[in-house]
Write a protein that binds this ligand. Structure first.
Ligand code: BDP
Length: 734
């Protein structure tokens, strides 16, 4: 075997130069105060911030082969391990002692080829990897192997995570492969660098400077994604500008794609359906018009010439004013399949969004997407995925799972979740979203008996869909810490972990993230992890308990406005969703109301149709419930509602105290930043409680139950100004 070691020369020096700028992130890490830039890739020296002994050993790196991705592996491993272990670790072209870390693919690394793992690696695919502690040439070494280089990079990040989270590395036997294929961030970024629903500064893409100047920060963005297995970025807003598809902008996109490629991150673009008219000067964008189809074909060819691994198009069609096939009296299938035909020769995909709802009088918005799209089951082309939001309304703090999951067995469904917290306190509230997403992933559609979960629909195990995926609407921006709220990073992280494996427990995700980002000190770790795991339920309590939804202030969606009724479209008004009156509150979606429950399988429908069987967390989503109805606690609906609001406020107050007590354990800059955010969160939670209870009380006509504090302001005061303008707290604390 020795001979093969020497067959290829050591690589890496050149790559290290090329990737020197990636070291920017690693270099900043010397700074004392933590501004959050390094995300979960801090790689701080292990004993720092840790109480116990953890002495893993890495003595050399043996990374055979030449490519930008392998160079990225080298940079990451050397930067990461050296910092974590606080020792300089040499690169070698052979194993000459215990503790070597051998990384690569069978085709690039003779050492790995000689292991004879071909079959196992083939089963894991080019993004999967195997990590094993083995004896090679008489030495105890660790091998990170993959069929593909990106898989090797993922394996390297996995290994670094083991170190960062203090896992033993001497007896490893890990095989991993992603459960979902397309794991993308959807950036709602506009070409002027504003970000729709973005709360962390401006867009990371500096379109004016591109393609000549590429911000080195994009390397760190790609690294962060690769470290959690995210393999795609849709660069522009779903409310798309056709300019993104112009020759000029494609050059800019190409420059970004070139930076992302070594990290396995492919670029996608949102395609404006009317682009053939706006860019091509055609008279129509009718998908059945041959000239239109030819235009898209030419456009696809042009894109793939520049970006051979271009992912495909994301399309928001006939939704909220966007053009689409229905504009030309065609249907969603006509539109999606025409684009799919243009991309198919290049292996590109069309991700067609299911977020469609027409404004029809008397219509239930929650039923709209199903009504429009379900009849097309089985009609979409093989390279089309239908991207469905987790719930049928819109990224609320809590929604039951979207009824399309389980109802389109012959269609490739992708899940869309929102990482950016449009309706959940934006970048001011600490809300860990893994439990929200898990709730949807674990929901049982019952279509093929018990256990027919949404995650099994998504990964193809239920209906055998070939293409699979999950998209997260990104929360990143130019803020130094990327996500505005330091804990927003945890949601980016959680998205990647769940897209890789939708069964990853929320607790594990939180634990990993805290250890890599905030602290490994056991007591503090336990406190922060618990806070994170509780936080989603708390935000539901103080915003929309018991199945309430969409009662946020119109437009910016920050803060309460259950009274709002100003939009022409009824389904943009909070009063449409809660339907409070003198009898009770809630949206009747049973047979006596909109009958949207009929969209679920008979078993699920039976549960949601019966107020006594409906989980109380969804009660007012499906039922209009009398104020005096007794809930499971024995309390009336009104009392229970009020106590939920109070509980949410109490949680924020308790969390503030717990956080304060962590000063000294958490980096001071990070600690102070979160402390300030929690102050805003308490102000907001109080406003939510008071505004909602005061308003709903005008219908319930009942006193607040014992244990609920009297409101701090009057209803009129809350109605007069949105919470964003109520006081100067936002400004002074931001
Ligand atoms: C809603 C947002 C809006 C988006 C829309 C969408 O308020 O800004 O354009 O979703 O998903 O949540 O298309």
């Amino acid at each position: 075997m020795k001979k093969t070691y020497q067959r290829r020369r050591r690589t890496g020096a050149l790559g290290l130069v090329c990737f020197a700028f990636a070291l920017q992130l690693l270099a900043v890490s010397n700074a004392k105060a933590d501004d959050g830039y390094r995300l979960w890739l801090r790689y701080d020296h292990l004993p720092a911030n840790v109480s116990k002994d953890y002495r893993p050993r890495v003595t050399s790196f043996v990374v055979q082969g030449q490519s930008p991705t392998l160079d990225a592996v080298r940079v990451e491993l050397s930067g990461g391990c050296e910092r974590l272990l606080d020792s300089a670790i040499p690169f070698a072209n052979r194993i000459d002692g215990d503790g070597a870390l051998v990384v690569g693919t069978p085709s690039g690394s003779p050492l790995i080829d000689d292991l004879g793992w071909g079959r196992q690696l083939a089963a894991l695919g080019p993004e999967g990897f195997r990590i094993r502690s083995v004896k090679l040439g008489g030495h105890n070494v660790t091998v990170i192997a993959s069929q593909g280089e990106v898989g090797a990079l993922y394996g390297a990040f996995y290994f670094l995570r083991l170190l960062q989270t203090e896992q033993p590395i001497d007896r490893l036997d890990v095989s991993q492969k992603p459960r979902l294929q397309i794991r993308v961030l959807d950036h709602w970024d506009n070409l002027d660098r504003s970000v729709e629903r973005g709360y962390a500064g401006r867009s990371l893409w500096d379109w004016d400077a591109l393609p000549g100047k590429v911000d080195p920060r994009l390397v760190d963005y790609a690294r962060a994604n690769a470290s959690i297995g995210i393999n795609g970025s849709v660069l522009n807003n779903v409310n798309a500008n056709s300019k993104s598809l112009s020759a000029e902008y494609l050059q800019k996109t190409k420059a970004i794609a070139d930076v992302f490629r070594p990290y396995g991150v492919r670029v996608y673009l949102s395609a404006r359906f009317s682009a053939p008219m706006e860019l091509g000067g055609l008279k129509t964008a009718d998908p059945l018009d041959p000239e239109v189809a030819a235009w898209w074909k030419r456009k696809a060819d042009e894109i793939y010439k520049l970006i051979p691994d271009f992912g495909g198009f994301l399309v928001k069609a006939n939704s909220e004013g966007q053009p689409g096939p229905r504009t030309y009296n065609r249907d969603h299938v006509d539109g999606a399949n025409m684009l799919a035909a243009a991309l198919a020769p290049h292996n590109g995909v069309v991700i067609w969004r299911a977020f469609v709802y027409d404004a029809k009088p008397g219509y239930d918005r929650a039923a709209a997407a199903f009504d429009q799209l379900q009849p097309f089951d089985g009609k979409f082309a093989a390279n089309v995925l239908l991207q469905v939001k987790n719930g049928a309304i819109d990224f609320q703090p809590r929604e039951p799972f979207h009824p399309l999951f389980g109802a389109m067995p012959k269609t490739q469904l992708m899940l869309e979740v929102q990482i950016t917290q449009e309706y959940l306190g934006q970048s001011n509230h600490l809300v860990f979203l893994a439990p929200l997403w898990r709730e949807v992933l674990d929901s049982d559609t019952r279509v093929k008996g018990p256990g027919s979960t949404v995650s099994k629909v998504l990964d193809g195990s239920l209906f055998g869909q070939r293409l699979t995926g999950m998209a997260g609407v990104a929360n990143t921006g130019t803020d130094r810490n990327w996500t505005g709220h330091p804990f927003g990073q945890a949601n980016w992280y959680a998205f990647g972990r769940l897209a890789w494996n939708p069964d990853t427990p929320s607790r594990q995700i939180a634990d990993e993230w805290v250890k890599m980002t905030l602290t490994r000190e056991p007591k503090a770790l336990a406190v922060v992890t618990r806070i994170m795991l509780e936080s989603r339920e708390a935000v539901v309590d103080y915003m929309t308990p018991l199945g309430l939804h969409h009662i946020m202030w119109g437009g910016h969606h920050y803060g309460p406005a259950p009274w709002e009724n100003k939009f022409d479209r009824p389904d943009w008004n909070p009063v449409y969703y809660h339907k409070a009156d003198l009898n009770g509150i809630g949206f009747d979606r049973t047979a006596t109301g909109s009958n949207a429950v009929a969209q679920y399988s008979p078993e699920v429908r039976a549960v949601f149709s019966d107020p006594a069987a409906t989980p109380e967390k969804y009660l007012l989503w499906f039922h209009h419930v009398p104020w005096d109805r007794k809930l499971r606690s024995g309390r009336t609906l009104w009392d229970e509602l009020a106590l939920h609001y109070q509980r949410g406020v109490d949680w924020v107050r308790a969390t503030r105290k717990e956080w304060d007590a962590l000063a000294g354990v958490i980096d001071p800059e990070l600690h102070a930043a979160v402390k300030r955010k929690l102050e805003i969160q308490e102000r907001d939670a109080v406003a939510w409680r008071d505004a909602c209870l005061l308003y709903f009380q005008t219908f319930s006509k009942r006193p607040l139950p014992p244990g609920v504090e009297p409101p701090q302001k009057t209803l009129e005061e809350y109605k007069a100004k949105s919470i964003l303008e109520i006081d100067s707290l936002n400004q002074s604390l931001r």
